[in-house]
Write a new protein. Structure first.
Length: 175
């Protein structure tokens, strides 16, 4: 009996994550440390330490919050859509658009440790067009938070990636 009680205690201690661990898993809380200016949709972050969290929205699109280092102020809330990588890493990964011009580095995507699916940031469409031309890469863009999301190619072509929910109406089946 003592053996079973001891095994149960060990299993509960090691197998059940604490409240902090559970919390970080669903909101993907991560630290972004940068030594140069970094651009996110609609904002430029100065060099420093920031906290990045996924906001629980129940929507297909994700909202990502950027906080100051002590999590007392939300600096920005931006839209992101799913992105995939071939191999998961065991640490936070932030990727950037490689632009030729001087200035802040535009953040492209964020991956949580151990995940193959990350989040690609959606820039205002006009800025997405500029970044695509400067980086020779496709960039996600939209005119509004709820608007159509397009992948803008370096030559300016727009490929629809995600459309907002369309209202369905009752229609009569053709005879």
């Amino acid at each position: 009996m003592y053996f079973l009680t001891a095994m149960l205690a060990i299993a509960l201690t090691l197998g059940v994550p604490g409240p902090g661990q559970q919390f970080n898993e669903w909101n993907k809380k991560s630290t972004l440390s940068t030594d140069c200016p970094v651009e996110l949709p609609g904002i430029v972050l100065e060099p420093g330490v920031y906290i990045v969290k996924l906001l629980d929205t129940k929507e297909k699109r994700s909202l990502v919050q950027i906080w100051n280092s002590d999590e007392t102020q939300i600096i920005a809330t931006v839209v992101a859509i799913p992105d995939h990588r071939s191999q998961p890493e065991q640490y936070n990964t932030f990727t950037y658009h490689d632009i030729k011009a001087d200035g802040p580095k535009p953040l492209q995507a964020w991956y949580y440790p151990g995940d193959q699916e990350g989040l690609e940031f959606v820039y205002p469409k006009n800025r997405a067009i500029e970044i695509a031309k400067e980086s020779a890469d496709r960039v996600m863009g939209s005119t509004t938070r709820e608007g159509v999301i397009v992948a803008v190619t370096p030559n300016g072509k727009e490929i629809v990636i995600d459309q907002p929910h369309l209202t369905q109406t009752a229609r009569r089946k053709p005879q």
